[in-house]
Each structure stands twice: as C-alpha cells, then as structure tokens.
Unconditional design. Sequence first.
Length: 269
Amino acid sequence: MDTQDPDLFPEGPHPRHRRRSSAALTPRRPGFIVPAVVAAAIFATVFVSITPDIFSLRIADQFRSLISAQEGVLVVNPAISNNLKIGIVAGHMGLDSGAVCDDGTTEADVNFAIATLVQKKLAERGYPSDLLKEKDEKLQGYKAALLLSIHNDSCVFVNDEATGFKVARAIGAVDQNISSRLLGCMKARYQETTGLPWHNSVTRDMTEYHAFEEIDPSTPAAIIETGFLNLDYEILTKNTDKVAQGVANGILCYLENENVEPTPTQVSE
Ligand SMILES: [Zn+2]
C-alpha cells in the first residue's frame, strides 16, 4: 500500500467497533459440533468475509499509530532515530528575489528572515539544521530528518480572500504516512500559532517543487507559503517571530511525535 496516497484513505469505523463485529462471528457455544464439510464451508465464508476487515483494521491501526503519539505508540522514523539534521530552504535565496513589493520588500528577504529564526528556534530545542539556498547543491541526494522550504505569496492585492498559508508535501518514496503526518503537523501548528487561515490554493508549483525530486527519497519534505505579502504583510514583516514560531512548532510537532490529525492535500491550478 506504499504507493497509495494516505490522504485518500477513508477513515473507516473505529477499530474497537471492528473488533466487536469480528467477535460476534465466534460461535456462542464452544461445544457445538458441526459436520466437517459444513465447518469448512463456514470457515471459508467467515475467512473470506473477515479478511478485508482484518486487512483494513491493520491499515487503520498502522495509520493511526503513525498519526497519533498517544496510547504509548512510538513512531519510528529512521531519519529521526539516526539523529539527522533538518534542512530549511530559504525560498529564492541565491537565485532571485521572488515577489517584490512596492516598498522594496522582497519575498526572498522575508523568507530568509523567517528561515533563520526557525533555525534559531530549532537550535534552542537541540535540533541542528542546515540553511539551504533555493538551488543549493547540497539538495542533491540530501538526507535529513526532514526538509522544509519556506516561501511567501504575492505582494499584489488579489482579493479579500488572498490571506493565509498553504503547505504541500513531497510525494516520493518516503512512507506516505510519515509525509502525511508532516503535512498535518505543519498545518495544525502553524494555524494554531499564527491564527492565519488555511488558503486552499496549493498549486503544482508546490506539489511538484524542484527540491522534492533532488533530495534523497528517504527524506520527508514539504513546502510552506507562510502568507500573502499583501494582506498578511503586517504579520510577515512586523511579527516575523510569530510566523517563525508557527513553522518551528510544526516541525517540532513532527519530530516529537505530537498527536495530530491527518489532513488532505488539495491540488488546484
Ligand atoms: Zn516563492
């Protein structure tokens, strides 16, 4: 099931409910004797009918254990257990300015300010990180606990709805449950910390972000647009620390296996 997008997994009934239904198939009188042929037929029927149940139960349990840090389930992410560092891309750094606002503020400057603050906050919690350029040569085969690229959206006024953030994760060889949890952590913690709304306009530029193809496939990765440089200008440029805290909280949520709900990625053009 590795190739299946976990975002598309139906949530399914609660596992306990499943277990109760399976238990209901057990004969009530253990001493009850049935002829061998009938027993075999019953067994075959029961086996066929409960196999998908058991299968989906296992998937659900597996998925739940990756999503939830509660109930004493430890998520084993090989990248984390190897104490690898974190990669932070300051969007457009070393390449171009990105969006340029009327007052001269550039997206690249805002991305860099956020990225360096995120790096500082992670260091304070004991997590080493690399600050990477947009087309950094280190990205080729880059191995890390995770890679996050920080960008921002247009300086131009689009409409009253053009406010908020968006996140897309890499869909590579890495376990999709892991990358889905990274996405869930980024969305939940960034929103909680900054109060900015989710903006449902993830584009292919994000889902097919160049670094996703360059890094080692074992590295979970995501890209965040932390806000719009028009309507979110104040928080992005005057309260950058809060923005960076939101990003750092998302990363820490992922690294420290905090409980988070999975969230689907919407792709729109
Ligand atoms: Zn950008």
